[in-house]
Design a protein around this ligand. Sequence first.
Ligand SMILES: Cc1cc2nc3c(=O)[nH]c(=O)nc-3n(C[C@H](O)[C@H](O)[C@H](O)COP(=O)(O)O)c2cc1C
Length: 304
Amino acid sequence: MKNKERSEEELLKVEVAGIRMKNPLILASGVLGSYASSLNRISKNAGAVVSKSIGIDEIEGYKNPTIINYPHGIINAIGLSSPGAKRFYEELKRYKGDAPLIVSIVSTSPEGFAEVVKHFPIASAFELNLSCPHVKNFGLSLGSNPKVVREVVKSVKKVTKKPVFVKLSPNVEDIVTIGKSAERAGADGVVAINTLRGMAIDIYMRKPILSNISGGVSGEGIKPIALKCVWDLYEELNIPIIGAGGITTWKDVIEFLLAGASAVQIGSAFYYSHRYFYSIKESLIAYARWKDENLSEIIGKAHQ
Ligand SMILES: Cc1cc2nc3c(=O)[nH]c(=O)nc-3n(C[C@H](O)[C@H](O)[C@H](O)COP(=O)(O)O)c2cc1C
């Protein structure tokens, strides 16, 4: 059957670790995912949505300035500011969206991750943030050590049957080693990548701009780095990869799928428009029809 006769649904749908998505576009954690109302709205055109990373206790976060624009993206050091698992669950209970909800978790220990997971029965899947680059004892502090990654995944897998994704950082010696460690411990997929360590200096004040000095760089400037991470992971891993980092156009999405991503996350681009998913989706349909292929058929094709 020619794709012209296939439905848009068929052209766009993907499945990641058993999670069926109507398209490969996922809202990345942290950018718009603190309120159920935004998630509800975004979910209309999304394949899935990821909520802001949440820990067991409230995290105050850093003082302003926490976000700055630079010509090729954003540098943020929000500091994982969040209300704690109980209060966030009350918020997320109001999620009535049209796409699976992936709950992003942070903690300082393997047991802590498992504890937070238990608070979110509404999640379709969990994403373990082992990659935030700017909060001491969280994220990358654990995620740069393959043994700790293994322990975290094992601990979480003991308390949930839902898919568990590990979000990886490019700021490690070898992202593939960390990805492999997650896979061996039973992770159902990996997300690559979180932000990269970076900073900016105000030349008039002659001081770092972010209150935390250092932050995480995201947005279009990091796309080639993220793409290479996905490429390398696809060569070595057997579990699905969700690509993220600097995706702002439909062409970026296709690149990531061809590199081996089964779906992609988009974050920073939402600072410029809230209608990203709608416009990207329409272009993906046109591309799939032109190529006469469903998007799920092009995953990893650039490796052949
Ligand atoms: C303001 C801001 C807040 C973020 N908060 C989180 C977070 O809470 N947890 C997380 O795993 N990633 C967080 N991220 C990282 C994004 O989810 C994403 O991995 C990264 O920004 C790369 O994608 P992008 O270039 O499309 O933004 C945040 C990014 C930004 C810009």
